[in-house]
Design a protein around this ligand. Structure first.
Ligand code: MN
Length: 225
């Protein structure tokens, strides 16, 4: 059984970037809905006793969609900060190396988020020990399926911004940029910068540092549904 993680901030903590009303729908209806739906779908199946990361790497169809959306949302909340934080340390060095500057990454990230057709996600990801990249995924798709390590993500489904920004997705992306939790991004970058090979086989959670981190995120402050 998969549980809904607690929202890591108060409902109104992100105002005016994200209103409490958006959070009530986004977390309270959408994220919660994916958890309830997944638990209905996996009841009595081989997935029932698996971790969320294991389900994402093995399932397809509705089980994959709901499991991946649970992870994507849990991760998105962790990527947000109500106070301003700054990129620094080894992650900032890597950004300067791979994109030229933080400003260049920002411009490209906003452009990729704005140009994604339909519903999806825009990510800063890295290959294991490799280059940082911006990646768009449609619908529930997640970089975990292609063994990329997410550093941060912005949800660009309409439900993420329509109450507060209507159709102005670029404005939402610009505000997102000011609320990136760089502390969390640096922690992920540093903790997953290892020589451990992340293979194409379904992950063995013991040997995959991101899967471990992801299951820790999922297990933090559980809310019983
Ligand atoms: Mn969403």
């Amino acid at each position: 059984m998969i549980t809904l993680p607690k929202l890591p901030f108060a409902e109104n903590a992100m105002e005016p970037f994200i209103s409490a009303e958006t959070i009530q729908y986004h977390y309270g209806k959408h994220h919660t809905g994916y958890v309830n739906k997944l638990n209905d779908l996996i009841k009595g199946t081989e997935y029932e006793e698996m971790s969320l990361s294991a389900i994402i790497r093995r399932a397809d169809g509705p089980i994959f969609n709901n499991a991946a959306q649970i992870f994507n949302h849990t991760f998105y909340w962790k990527c947000l900060s109500s106070s301003s934080t700054a990129a620094e340390g080894t992650l900032l060095e890597k950004i300067n190396n791979d994109f030229g500057s933080l400003e260049a990454l920002k411009e490209e990230f906003i452009k990729m988020g704005a140009s994604l057709f339909g519903s999806g996600w825009v990510w800063l990801v890295r290959e294991p020990k490799g280059k940082l990249m911006i990646k768009q995924t449609s619908n529930a798709h997640t970089p975990l399926s292609s063994n990329l390590i997410p550093i941060f993500v912005c949800d660009v489904w309409e439900h993420a911004y329509y109450i507060d920004y209507r159709n102005a997705r670029p404005d939402y992306l610009k505000e997102f940029w000011k609320h990136i939790n760089w502390k969390s991004a640096s922690k992920i970058y540093e903790e997953t910068d290892t020589d451990v090979f992340i293979g194409i086989e379904p992950c063995n959670d013991i040997h995959d540092p991101f899967c471990q981190l992801m299951d820790e995120l999922q297990d933090e402050d559980r809310v019983t549904t």
